[in-house]
Design a protein around this ligand. Structure first.
Ligand code: DAH
Length: 357
């Protein structure tokens, strides 16, 4: 850095000053140093500023030529100053970008692990309980014939019981205009399909998806799951039904559970029942309980002794064979078990809901 000179400036001294200032500027690597440089040459007391001030001591002639050179020098240095600052910033940017580069030696980020859907969990839990009691697991078609969904279950065409199932029909009929196709409204058609294809003894559960022409609300979905159960053999009585389902309820909801059967109507069973368990939230107390709505009981499934007409329909000897069937809704059970207040959560694909299970 040159000391401000007290000598009157000459074209040569200005040239020298400019060169040495520019050379110095080019060695500076950071903005603080550059700013110190700016103060020392172009600041109020900087060397070049002093030179410019010294112009006043020159005669008119020199002042014009040397003044022009001095102004030129000032512009040059300001220009170079700006470029230097730009360059320093640019280099800093590049350094940080190269630090952000992909390091292939780093361990990978673990991919988000999926989990089982709450319905799947409950379906598996239900099936496992029955498997432990000697039942097999079978699945069946979701697109079904009217024949299996209704006819074989003792629900003939025009029968008022059809109104119990709000059906989604598929736009198809066989050439005779028979055998209408539909999305199965329950898993019960698998009762007939299984019995047609095997001889007793039969013990199976059938998990699967069902569909109904339903306006959705907190307790109704147009698609949902069911788990159907079927046991056929010699000498099967209502006592077997009770014993099996009682055992299921205890294994699923706790040893201390009590159960209750009430008469109900389903065309494919006789007698038909609905089965309730005493509420596991209030232990059957009822008062003020949100889960069982003050009743102390929770309905969990429909069941019954297989109607003789259903057994005849699949060609079984009704003097020899009897059986029981049941059907339950896993979403309803999950809702009770986890305190879920709206069935629509299950299939809304909201991860905030699904991650809780
Ligand atoms: N399929 C019936 C429904 O969707 C439920 C049902 C009731 C199934 C009684 C059965 C049964 O096997 O015996 O509402």
């Amino acid at each position: 850095m040159s000391e401000p000179s007290s000598q009157p400036p000459t074209a040569q001294s200005i040239d020298e000053l400019t060169r040495s200032a520019a050379a110095e500027l080019n060695t500076l690597e950071n903005l603080e140093a550059v700013d110190r440089w700016r103060v020392s040459y172009l600041g109020r007391r900087g060397s070049l500023t002093t030179v410019l001030r010294g112009l006043s001591s020159l005669n008119i002639e020199d002042r014009r030529t040397i003044g022009a050179a001095a102004n030129q020098a000032k512009n040059t240095l300001e220009d170079q100053l700006e470029r230097r600052i730009h360059r320093i910033n640019e280099e800093a940017l590049q350094r940080s970008a190269s630090q952000d580069r992909l390091d292939v030696t780093l361990p990978g980020r673990p991919p988000g692990k999926g989990r089982l859907h709450p319905t799947t969990k409950i379906v598996r839990e239900i099936c496992n309980v029955f498997v432990a009691m000697g039942f097999g697991v079978v699945e069946g078609p979701e697109v079904e014939w009217d024949h299996y969904n209704f006819e074989m279950l003792n629900i003939p065409k025009g029968h008022p019981a059809r109104d119990m199932w709000n059906t989604l029909w598929v736009d198809y009929e066989d050439p005779a205009g028979e055998n209408a196709m539909l999305l199965r409204t329950h898993t019960s058609p698998m009762q007939a399909r299984i019995m047609e294809s095997r001889e007793p003894p039969i013990r199976v559960v059938v998990p699967g998806k069902c569909y109904r022409y339903e306006a959705t609300d907190a307790t109704h979905e147009w698609h949902f799951y069911q788990v159907e159960g079927l046991a056929v053999g010699e000498g099967i009585t209502f006592a077997d039904l009770k014993g099996t389902l009682y055992e299921f309820a205890r294994r699923m909801f706790g040893e201390e559970r009590r159960i209750r059967f009430r008469c109900d109507y389903f065309p494919f069973v006789e007698p038909g029942v609905d089965m309730s368990i005493d509420c596991f939230a209030c232990q059957g107390d009822g008062d003020g309980c949100r889960i069982c709505r003050d009743s102390g009981w929770i309905e969990i499934m429909g069941a019954g002794m297989i109607h003789p007409k259903v057994l005849e329909g699949v060609g079984y000897d009704t003097d020899k064979y009897t059986g029981f069937a049941f059907g339950l809704g896993p979403e309803r059970i999950a809702m009770l078990k986890y305190g879920i207040d709206d069935i629509r959560h299950f299939y809304a694909n909201d991860l905030r809901f699904l991650r809780q299970f």
